[in-house]
Write a protein that binds this ligand. Structure first.
Ligand code: HAM
Length: 397
């Protein structure tokens, strides 16, 4: 029969590929906790309309990259291409859009892009959203979180580019002026640009408001000693909801897909989604890209112990003891081997696994309620222990 393979751009991730998701989740959640953020989980599937209204009808995400289908009820649903829209939708739905929220999330996102190094169709993001906060301190707080990620994961050869698109009113005024100006050049634009001009002219040009430079300089002066920060007036971002501060982190070690973190302020999104006025700012990091550039090494428990019996008739007792042992120390990888295979084969397997000790339950041990501990160290000692003794021993490994 034909074999079934995974979908292009949607890789399986095994621990042997280094379990970056668990590792990054551990480091990032610690940073997020230290900033007093709360975790939120929103569904992977949402109504397509949510992404049309948030990321924008002209964005590549909605036009070319979204995975949409009709469900059995003929309702158009989409796999989320990003996390911000779902979080804002959920806060509005819970009628919490009149309060402040500091949230973080992690999970898979889906975009129909051409797969290549660092670019997938299913990838993972960790994101932060500060909702209900006006421009000012919250922008600095966001950059401070980004700095902690740079420091903690030892991201070298990385630069944080920042720009300011103007606040919502400035952005609107600016757009009107720009539209008038650009209309006179309409003949020179290609179809794609003409469409952008009609729907979101901001994406054709960057903002050049001089006053805003002060704000960007302030960010640079506070955080510049931790992270290389570059003012980049051409930075506009590919999602339509941004106003104010926008930023992107790039690494020279990533090749063509060099941006691994992106975010900005989106003061108008809540209203666009039918909610109250709720100024907000946030960012997301691509975990696959982060994994390619981080220098930080996880110190994962590599303490392996193999627990073997000499006959499967001891299974009930052996499983009871294994259960107890684990509950005394979850840092140890306890490998159990309770089959009828020979003890010699089991010892060989334990040694191959890199076990520090083997716990052996043979006939004699079974009769006397004991376990023999054999060390695989050079001294190679062997001791017989009561169940209580072995629990204490296990706790202290
Ligand atoms: P974004 O820039 O579209 O922003 O995506 C953020 C990060 O997700 C990128 O910097 C990249 O690392 C990763 N990423 C995007 N597409 C792919 C892909 N096809 N394969 C692998 N990684 C990818 C957002 O998604 C916004 N929601 C960020 C935000 C939060 N803005 C405000 N709050």
């Amino acid at each position: 029969m034909d074999k079934i393979s995974s979908i292009r751009g949607m890789p399986d991730v095994f621990e042997s590929d280094t379990n970056y998701l668990a590792e990054l989740n551990e480091v990032l959640s610690k940073i997020f906790l230290s900033h007093n953020l709360n975790e939120v989980n929103t569904p992977i599937l949402e109504q397509t309309e949510l992404f049309v209204r948030s990321t924008g009808v002209t964005s590549d995400i909605v036009n070319k990259e979204i995975y949409s289908f009709n469900d059995r009820n003929e309702q158009s649903l989409s796999l989320r291409p990003e996390g911000t829209a779902g979080v804002v939708r959920s806060i509005i739905q819970k009628k919490l859009d009149n309060a402040e929220h500091k949230l973080w999330y992690q999970g898979p996102m889906f975009r129909y892009e051409r797969p290549q190094k660092g670019r997938f169709r299913q990838f993972n993001q960790a994101g932060v959203e500060l909702l209900g906060f006006e421009e000012g301190s919250s922008d600095l707080e966001i950059i401070s979180i980004v700095c902690d990620i740079f420091i903690e994961l030892e991201l070298e050869d990385s630069v944080l580019k920042i720009n300011h698109l103007g606040d919502k009113d400035t952005k609107e005024k600016f757009l009107l002026e720009l539209l008038k100006y650009m209309k006179s050049y309409k003949g020179d634009l290609n179809d794609n640009d003409t469409e952008k001009l009609n729907k979101n002219p901001l994406r054709l040009l960057d903002s050049k408001d001089v006053d805003l430079k002060e704000f960007l300089d302030k960010i640079q002066s506070i955080f510049g000693k931790y992270v290389e920060i570059e003012l980049d007036s051409s930075l506009v971002r590919g999602l339509d909801y941004y106003t104010g501060l926008v930023f992107e982190a790039v690494s020279s070690n990533l090749g063509a897909q060099d941006s691994f973190l992106g975010g900005g302020r989106y003061d108008g999104l809540s209203k666009d989604l039918g909610g109250k006025e709720m100024p907000a700012i946030g960012f997301a990091i691509g975990l696959e890209r982060l994994n390619l550039i981080k220098k930080h090494k996880n110190i994962k428990s590599n303490k392996v112990i193999s627990f073997v019996t000499t006959s499967s008739k001891m299974n009930a007792l052996a499983f009871k003891i294994a259960q107890l042992l684990r509950s005394h120390n979850y840092d140890i990888r306890l490998e159990t081997n309770f089959t009828d295979a020979s003890l010699k084969a089991k010892l060989r397997k334990a040694s191959k696994l890199g076990a520090k000790f083997v716990f052996i339950m043979g006939e004699e041990e079974f009769e006397s309620d004991t376990i023999t501990v054999k060390s695989f160290d050079e001294d190679g000692y062997q001791v017989n222990m009561s169940f209580d003794e072995i629990l204490d021993f296990y706790k202290d490994i």
